[in-house]
Design a protein. Sequence first.
Length: 605
Amino acid sequence: MTMRMPLCCSGALLAASVACTPASAPGTAATPAEAKAFLDQANQTQLKFGILGNRAGWVAQNFITDDTAAVNARISQEAIEATVKLAKDATKYDTLALPDAERRQMNVLKTSLVMVTPADPKEAEELTGIMSRLEAAYGTGKWCKDAGKPDACLNIDQITEIMAGSRDEKRLREVWEGWHTIAPPMKKDYARFVELSNKGAKELGFADTGAMWRVKYDMPPDAFAKELDRLWTQVQPLYLKLHAYVRMKLREKYGDVVPEKGPIPAHLLGNIWAQEWQNVYPLVAPRAGDAGYSLDDILKQRKMSALDMVRAGERFYTSLGFDPLPPTFWERSLFVRPRDRDVVCHASAWDLDLEADVRIKMCINPTAEDFTTIHHELGHNFYQRAYMKQPVILRDSANDGFHEAVGDTISLSVTPEYLVKIGLLGSAPDASRDNALLLRMALERFAFLPFALVVDQWRWKVFSGEVTPAGYNKAWWDLRLKYQGVAPPTDRGEEFFDPAAKYHVPDNTPYMRYFLARILQFQFHRALSKAAGCTAPLHRCSIFESREAGQRLNAMLAMGMSKPWPDALEALTGSRQMDATAILDYFAPLSTWLDQQLAGKPAGW
Ligand SMILES: [Zn+2]
């Protein structure tokens, strides 16, 4: 459920060299007119590479061949180099007084980089080489139990399937340890990557790469870290209850391997990173643990086609007052897996010309999951269309958490009541099924919160030098224990490098956006539900057919990245502060139910 962003955005791994030249030489100070001309040209460049890059990416994913891959890689590299040059040139206007709108574009240009290679060409080349090695090491990572049988090696897809479905503790431990063997060979490269990327970040004026990532959030880096602590403090009490309940149930299943009071072993939560726990739902489900209806069955019985499902998704947005999708969306999107060629089926949303040529690319099956995902992906498309009137540089979400949050917000409105309204369900189940619905949702979206914090807490410490290579693994597991309350199945010394068994670490993709998206989506949902006049419990509210909610949503979407994110948040919610009380409101009935289940049993570890 990711989306491809235009190349100007922070999602791209920008790896070309940034030479650090001082601002204008003495006596040749830049003028406001030059700044304006520079931005005009920068917007044109971003538009040109945005369209080229999207087209090349679209064909590369829809027609997987060596040639489309080569064309795509070539254009990506050119786009990266162009963006790096713009970031560097923008520093020439650092001290110039500019209108807010122009200053905003300058800042976005300078902070759109995820990684900056040092000015020294040798070091730049070394860093680029390290990054390709790390990506390849993860991408081709396999666990081979028996070196003599290469066909029996397991890739991440197979590992994921076993972790989700197996209930054999020994097998789970073996597979967990097996996958983590891909990581230690990356340690040396990773440590050097940290040194070199920090050098590049310093040349652009940032303390280190982590500080460079944090500065994108429109507040001083330390203030942003404090914000995250505050949000975590809000959600921690409910997390402790959910953790204690799941631990109790897993102990019933697995016995003493799961301690009564300590951390949960990381291999027993249905996911190789223990990040989302919905796969253990059958082990922890309440009595009458089904939702009272099966959307999977309904879609199959009705023989609902992929096209029908997307039409239903579009109707959700038009019911809010958004214009229907353009004819090109229906002509150019991919909805079903082609029979005659390989495509990347992972669902994504695109905006090919950074204006109206929006599309989704999905291999849709008649399942509840895909039905919800369609609503999510279209959220990206409607966001993209809403901000197309902004300058190209600012055609993105308010911060990198907002794009995902918007799609997920809409998916929260796919309630039983909504399914009744669109004729898919006869009647909505009564409140007795709520705990089942909420527990399943909490295992996915709430259990994820501390993991989403840990990945970048660890990286920020690594980039700042607080954690050195001699302590990489200990720091990782200390954080996972502190926030998540999980522990590795066996001792993990520094001969291991467990963080790199998670894609985003070797791939160098920032992770805090996922934490923000999970907090924000409930805040958006609560504000929009209120605008829609919903008086039901929050988890039963759908904003379907509410023009008032649609207007609120559109007011934020249309801003794109033109203002600091608190302004965008305020346009939708009336508040300038992120607030985790909304996610707590949503799960309030579950919280009460968990108290009853725990009945005084220990929480915490
Ligand atoms: Zn998405």
